[in-house]
Design a protein around this ligand. Structure first.
Ligand SMILES: Nc1ncnc2c1ncn2[C@@H]1O[C@H](COP(=O)(O)OS(=O)(=O)O)[C@@H](OP(=O)(O)O)[C@H]1O
Length: 305
C-alpha cells in the first residue's frame, strides 16, 4: 500500500478473500514483438497470474471503469465475447507448485498484455491515473522484421490482398508510406516519447525480441529481476523446436512434452527483394538510433539474418 502514489488507485485494495486484483505490471507492446511468447513464458512462474486473452481495457473498454478491469472478464480477441475472469490469484496458485524462494512466500503478481497500448496516445495517461508505480514491459524487435510480421498477419487474415511492396511504397516509387500502420508501429522512439512524461525509464523494461527467441532464459531472468520475482524460469523449461523454428515450453517438470505456440505464431514471411529490405532498414536507421539514445541500449538492428 505504501508504494501507491498519491491520487493513484491502491493496487492491493482487494482484501484477502477477494482474489481479483488490478495488474502490477503490463506488457504494453509491441504488436508482433513476441508478446504472446513473453506472456506464456511468464505464466510458467508460480508467482504470476495472467489472463490469456488481451484485455484492451485502456484502449477499448476504459469507460467500463476500474472495477470492470479488476474483476472483469477478458475479451476474446476473435469473437469479442467475454471469457474467463482476469487476474485471479488463486488460479495460478492452484495450477502450479510454489517456488522454493525463501524470502518471497508466493506473493502473486497479476499482469496483462495488450500490445497496441504502446502506440495509443490516450493510454499512458490512463495507466498512470490507475497507478503511477506500475511496471511496464515492451518487447521490441527489429522494426523491419516486425513490419513484415505485421503484414504477414494482415495478409493471412485477408485484410489485404496487396503485396508488401505495394503497401510499403507510394505510387510504385521508392518512397516509404509512413502512415501504413505496419511501418508506423516500428517508430519506437516516437511512441516511447509519449510514455516518458508519465513514467521514468526505470519503470519500463525492454525485452529484446530477437533474444527472446534465441536465448529465452536470459531474457526471462532479466524480466524476473525487473519484476522483483524470485528466480524460477530456467533452461529446463525450454526446448528449441527446429521444425517450428522457435522455443517451445514445458509447463511442469512432470510434463513429457514441450508445447509450442499455435500456428498463428511463427508464420512464414514473404521473401522480399534486397532493395526493399535495404530501403526499409535505411528508413528505420534514424528511428532506431533515436530509440537507442533514449533507452541507453543498442539493440543492434537491422538483425543479422
Ligand atoms: N516461442 C515462440 N513461438 C512462436 N513465435 C514466437 C516465439 N517467440 C517469439 N515469437 C515471435 O512472436 C511473433 C508474434 O508476436 P506477438 O505474440 O507479439 O504478436 S501479436 O501482436 O500478439 O499478434 C511471431 O511473429 P511471426 O514469426 O511473424 O509469426 C514470432 O516471430
Amino acid at each position: 500500500e505504501s508504494s501507491v502514489a498519491h491520487g493513484a488507485v491502491d493496487l492491493s485494495a482487494s482484501d484477502t478473500k477477494t482474489v481479483k486484483r488490478l495488474p502490477q505490471a503490463i506488457i504494453i507492446g509491441v504488436k508482433k514483438g513476441g508478446t504472446r511468447a513473453l506472456l506464456e513464458y511468464l505464466r510458467l512462474h508460480p508467482n504470476i497470474s495472467a489472463p490469456g486473452p488481451e484485455v484492451h481495457f485502456f484502449d477499448r473498454y476504459h469507460d467500463r471503469g476500474l472495477n470492470w478491469y479488476r474483476g472483469s472478464k477478458c475479451v476474446d480477441e476473435v469473437s469479442g465475447r467475454f471469457l474467463a475472469v482476469c487476474g485471479e490469484q488463486t488460479a495460478a496458485k492452484n495450477r502450479r507448485p510454489k517456488s522454493n524462494a525463501a524470502d518471497d512466500d508466493g506473493e502473486q503478481m497479476t499482469i496483462e498484455k495488450t500490445p497496441c497500448y504502446f502506440v495509443k496516445r490516450e493510454v499512458p495517461a490512463r495507466i498512470h491515473r490507475m497507478s503511477s508505480a506500475i511496471k511496464l514491459i515492451v518487447v521490441v524487435r527489429d522494426p523491419s522484421t516486425r513490419a513484415i510480421s505485421d503484414y504477414t498477419q494482415s495478409f493471412s487474415k485477408g485484410r489485404t490482398k496487396r503485396s508488401f511492396d505495394e503497401m510499403l511504397f507510394h505510387d510504385g516509387k521508392e518512397k516509404i508510406n509512413e502512415r501504413w500502420s505496419a511501418v508506423r508501429i516500428g517508430m519506437y522512439a516516437k511512441h516511447l516519447s509519449k510514455w516518458l512524461p508519465y513514467f521514468p525509464l526505470e519503470q519500463i523494461h525492454f525485452v529484446n525480441g530477437e533474444e527472446l527467441i534465441n536465448n529465452p532464459v536470459n531474457e526471462m531472468q532479466a524480466v524476473e529481476r525487473f519484476l522483483g520475482l524470485p528466480s524460477f524460469i530456467s533452461d529446463d523449461h525450454f526446448n528449441f523446436n527446429a521444425t517450428k523454428g522457435f522455443p517451445c515450453v514445458k509447463r511442469r517438470h512432470t510434463d513429457t512434452d514441450f508445447r509450442c505456440l499455435g500456428a498463428t505464431k511463427g508464420r512464414t514471411h514473404p521473401s522480399l527483394s534486397a532493395r526493399t529490405l535495404q530501403l526499409l532498414n535505411q528508413f528505420y536507421a534514424r528511428h532506431n538510433k533515436l530509440f537507442y539514445e533514449m533507452t541507453g541500449r543498442d539493440f543492434g538492428w537491422p538483425e543479422k539474418l
